[in-house]
Ligand binder design. Sequence first.
Ligand SMILES: [Zn+2]
Length: 278
Amino acid sequence: MRFEKLLFGTAGVPHSTAKKNNPIEGVKQIHALGLDCMQLEFAHGVRMKEEISSGLRKISYELGVPLTSHGPYYINLNAREQDKIDSSVERIIQTAKISDLCGAESMTFHAAFYMKDSPFDVFDLVEKSLNVIQERLQRLDIEIELRPELTGKTSQFGSLEELISLTKSVNTCNPCMDFSHLYARTGKFNTRQEFVEVLTVLENELGNNYTKNMHIHLSGISSNSKGDLKHLNLNDSDFNWKELLEALKEKDCRGYVICNSPNLEKDAKMMKEYYATL
Ligand SMILES: [Zn+2]
């Protein structure tokens, strides 16, 4: 997808939607709220009736509300048992299939846990599985961007450096930049200058095109030495979201900004409104 600007939306159906378990109504509510996009959350499983996926594709196109998606939490490409790795691969492929039916073009997921293994070994395993996934999706003729997420816990695979390396070795991969997680994970990257530095690293490593086609997650966050503790509303957290938006504007970044604060659409709207003043 070619973007002209940043699009703001929610991780899942907005709270103010009358029928909260219906993503089609969610897309309508996004539109009514003046927001731009919505992420389908398959956190607890990838099931969707065909009439819902085809309905989503239709309403998303009609209202001009593009969709992204988030895979299940129980994915671990570094699981101890081979059958758990295999089922993680299947879950990612299943998420891609359903996302594609819904018309989503970018999907994110948490790739793996280190399980106390060396990060280098985990990287090799994740890379191998993602190459298999990419090949199978190509054979299925499914074009979707695989966006392993920048994760918030130090026990999870998905540091900035790991995602950059992964992107260089797996064609259809690109980082899902969760800046709140980056802050929780490292305790750094919370000023405009640091945000600009990260974006510059991404441009230098992945090319200018990357910052014109981003999938970003944002929320307030609390953390301890192990990283991400809890997602918070932006104004209840010291995460410097305004300076982040300023940096994104300065670097002319484009793409999806998905808000996963507990209050979803309130923070998404607050960010969209602030960004419009820049
Ligand atoms: Zn996530």
